[in-house]
Ligand binder design. Structure first.
Ligand code: SF4
Length: 532
């Protein structure tokens, strides 16, 4: 029993915090994990207090002795997370860390972030266990959440959403990715076996969000296309019937989900992440379009075969066949946000213009150009860390192999030595590509092919500009004054931009029936809190 527990009422305040060193007042996508762990918080603790610092910075002095503070960190926000953890612990609260970074570096969360406990892996079952022990005054060092099955994924507690603060809602349909890209940690942390959520549960959650007025919803999946046609061909060639059947079943479930999504109101808009191989699967692309999946982030990464080899992404195309593949998405009604990486060992000065040219010729609706950064948990990071030996260079007293601990203002933008370019050349050329792709002239031209009415074209310009402010200027600029100015601009533009995404609440919307399932329409969406 909880040590402050009386007659079934626990007076522990539970906080769940999404740390950020920069806030925009309005969020683009709801930070799903906050709302999922709120679902996993047993009712005995009352409503958890959800804090998203991408909206505004949190005054941690509100935390009191005996409270339990859950902080979810990825590498980019770990330092701010540790700052909050120290304040919370000094106030006498129990501090529990979770998230990808805490999973990779549990000891660091204890040493730098004053953790009482660290949840590694998935939080659905481990978080309530940690809460129970904290409330009893006996937290363990570590709770291993492992990888829970798709049937155990929880919906978010969207009743706790602040009104009018987010543009897009988020729902997860599958975790894990069968690929093994060298710059990505997803396949190592979430696993290579896709864990799909039950179709009914996904539809229930989406209908809950539409009832609340969200019509733009991100399918926050690692890879929405976990089985490719090539996977099926290879499994048949290998004469491995059970593997082939498994792949077919996974693919069939995707189609079943899309058939359910198709029955949602026609103004619903989904966005997801997918590999480029989907371009050779017209049946899948057509099902996406019918399912209202209007856009997808596609990891193009590099436009040359050498670049793709650098990152173990040989399954992507390059050159003209790359342009053709990307155009295929548009032909099937799916807009593409193309993601490119600069700073690969094979990159040369000409790579920047070549990439821009591909992005323009391939009819991409949006694009992002990121600089190669060694993130922990990736193959790139392991090789880079090894290459620097026991005495890596330092910034202050922090080795660059722990770059996320370097204060934001002093943090280098490039870490890996390049054979022919300096760090500043890579940074300024990357910035120039962003500037060109998001110049007013280019955006206006793109708007013509993307939307029809003048109002929609103006909205397209606004959204493109805010995207650039939020993701390019705050991430690439080297001086903090420029970062602050960009954040301020993004704050101003985010308010009208959010209104463009707001939908009409549909309180009477019924849950569609996927093929071959009994009716569940009309049943109110239930948050599965009892499972916690
Ligand atoms: S980058 Fe994308 S395709 Fe590659 S492993 Fe990560 S999630 Fe999978």
């Amino acid at each position: 029993m909880c040590f402050v527990h009386a007659a079934g009422d626990c007076r522990v305040n539970v906080y769940l915090i999404n740390p950020s060193h920069v806030s925009f007042g309005i969020g683009v996508i709801t930070p799903r994990w906050l709302y999922v762990l709120a679902s996993a918080t047993p009712a005995i603790y009352g409503k958890p207090r959800l804090v998203d610092e991408t909206l505004e910075l949190f005054d941690a002095t509100a935390i009191k002795a005996g409270d339990v503070v859950g902080i979810g960190i990825h590498t980019g926000n770990a330092l701010r997370g540790y700052e909050l953890g120290n304040i919370a612990r000094a106030a006498g609260a129990y501090v529990v860390y979770g998230g990808i970074h805490a999973t990779l570096y549990p000891d660091e969360a204890r040493e730098r972030g004053a953790a009482h406990a660290v949840v590694t892996g998935d939080g659905e079952q481990a978080w309530p266990a940690a809460l129970k022990d904290c409330a009893a005054g006996q937290p363990k060092d570590r709770y291993d959440g492992g990888r829970v099955g798709g049937e155990t994924f929880l919906p978010g507690r969207w009743d706790l959403l602040p009104q009018g603060r987010y543009m897009w809602a988020s729902v997860q349909t599958v975790r894990g990715c069968p690929k093994h890209c060298s710059f990505c940690s997803v396949w190592r942390t979430d696993g290579q076996k896709p864990r799909q959520r039950h179709v009914n549960q996904v539809l229930e959650e989406i209908v809950d969000l539409r009832r609340r007025g969200f019509r733009f919803i991100a399918l926050a999946d690692d890879n929405f296309y976990p089985v490719t046609l090539e996977d099926l061909r290879m499994a048949s060639r290998r004469n491995d019937p059970s593997h082939l059947e498994q792949l077919k079943a996974t693919r069939a479930e995707r189609f079943e989900l899309m058939a359910g999504l198709e029955k949602l109101p026609s103004d619903t808009v989904f966005f997801t992440q997918i590999t480029m191989e989907a371009a050779e699967d017209p049946e899948f692309l057509d099902a996406m379009r019918r399912a209202h999946i209007r856009g997808a982030l596609v990891g193009v990464e590099a436009v040359t075969p050498e670049g793709l080899k650098d990152i173990y992404k040989g399954f992507n195309e390059s050159g003209e066949s790359l342009v053709e593949r990307l155009q295929a998405f548009r032909r099937h009604g799916v807009h593409v946000l193309g993601s490119f990486i600069f700073g690969l060992p094979s990159d040369r000065e000409a790579t920047f213009d070549a990439t821009l040219s591909v992005a323009e010729r391939a009819n991409l609706t949006f694009a992002q150009f990121v600089m190669l950064t060694p993130f922990p948990g990736t193959l790139d990071f392991a090789a880079w860390e090894k290459s620097l030996g026991d005495e890596p260079p330092r910034v202050g007293d922090i080795p660059v192999t722990r770059h996320w601990l370097i204060p934001q203002a002093q943090r280098p933008k490039i870490y890996m030595d390049h054979p022919v370019m300096t760090a500043d050349q890579i940074r300024s050329r990357t910035q120039a590509v962003w500037d060109h792709f998001y110049s007013f002239k280019s955006i206006w031209q793109r708007s013509r092919g993307s939307v029809t009415s003048l109002k929609a074209r103006l909205a397209f310009v606004l959204i493109s500009k805010i995207y650039r402010q939020m993701y390019a200027n705050t991430g690439i600029a080297t001086d903090s004054a420029r970062v602050n100015r960009s954040a301020q601009w993004a704050r101003w533009m985010a308010i009208p931009c959010r209104r463009l995404f707001a939908g009409r609440p549909m309180p009477d919307l019924e849950i569609p029936m996927p093929m071959g399932h009994a009716a569940s329409s009309g049943v109110p969406v239930i948050f599965h809190r009892e499972r916690a």
